[in-house]
Design a protein around this ligand. Structure first.
Ligand code: IPE
Ligand code: IPE
Ligand code: MG
Length: 261
């Protein structure tokens, strides 16, 4: 008698719907730059009666998810806010745990990232980091330096106001030295002095955990970004959540101050 075979694993309903989401993303125009404020690790841990660092560790899985998701969706730049200038004021225990997790992440992921042609660079006030974390960042950047696919930018020890002040200071010094006239300072010149250099501005900013604020992230660069806030806590964020945000972006009407035709 004919026996109905089990549906192969790769054809399961779950798998089909995931494929459909990626297919839907790839069917339309891709956006160039997605930035993410990865928030909610502490609350994720709190809901499980776990210490906060367990939330940060769980968040590393979501980092892998969005990097792979962004690469498969054809995104060119992915900027992830991992640690802010203000986060230095958290408890020494939490800060130390985050630094250790960074080292762990690099050890575990750098070869895989390089194999996939993904390049990772870090921006922020890195000099404030302990030597072990700085060494890990060097290894991460060196191992992935040849990557010509997705460009991942990790914001660590980053604060946007400090970045803007540093850019202003650099330009002021050039003026003082007679190398630059104040009237020659343009938006392009100013943007070129920011840590984000010549990357295109983000098209889309995603923030997890429901908070509706920027928290000193890319204040200049986000001038016209579309904002997508989700209640999902960062450790629960998957590539399907990313695809959902990318599809939502497609329905936005970016006017840049103009009016509809
Ligand atoms: C984001 O999660 C990670 C960092 C800021 C380092 P949080 O640690 O801010 O988690 P919540 O906001 O307390 O839930
Ligand atoms: C922003 O999250 C910084 C990062 C995600 C790295 P925070 O949790 O530090 O931001 P606030 O304090 O809620 O604004
Ligand atoms: Mg937070």
């Amino acid at each position: 008698m004919f026996q109905q075979s089990r549906m192969p694993e790769h054809m399961s309903q779950d798998r089909l719907s995931k494929t459909a989401t990626l297919d839907a993303v790839k069917a339309g125009p891709t956006l160039t730059h997605v930035a993410i404020i990865m928030d909610g690790n502490g609350r994720w841990a709190g809901q499980r009666d776990l210490p906060r660092w367990e939330g940060h560790r769980a968040g590393m899985v979501a980092v892998r998810e969005v990097i792979e998701g962004a690469a498969s969706a054809g995104i060119a730049h992915l900027t992830l806010y991992a640690f802010s200038e203000e986060n230095w004021s958290r408890s020494p225990v939490e800060v130390a745990a985050l630094m250790t997790l960074l080292e762990e992440y690099v050890k575990k992921e750098r070869e895989k990232l390089a194999d996939r042609g993904i390049r990772v660079t870090v921006f922020g006030d890195i000099d404030r980091l302990p030597a072990g974390a700085r060494g890990a960042i060097d290894q991460l950047e060196n191992t992935t330096a040849e990557g010509e696919g997705l460009q991942v930018h990790l914001a660590i020890s980053y604060g946007s106001k400090s970045e803007i002040v540093a850019a202003a200071r650099t330009l002021a010094k050039k003026c003082q030295a007679g190398e630059l006239a104040p009237e020659d300072i343009t938006q392009e010149l100013f943007a070129g002095e920011l840590l984000t250099g010549d990357w295109p501005d983000p098209d889309l900013l995603i923030r997890t955990s429901g908070e509706q604020r920027i928290s000193n992230f890319l204040l200049w660069q986000l001038a016209y970004a579309e904002i997508f806030v989700t209640d999902t806590l960062w450790p629960d964020f998957t590539r399907e959540h990313l695809f959902g945000a990318l599809l939502d972006y497609r329905n936005r009407d970016r006017r840049f101050g103009l009016v509809d035709a």
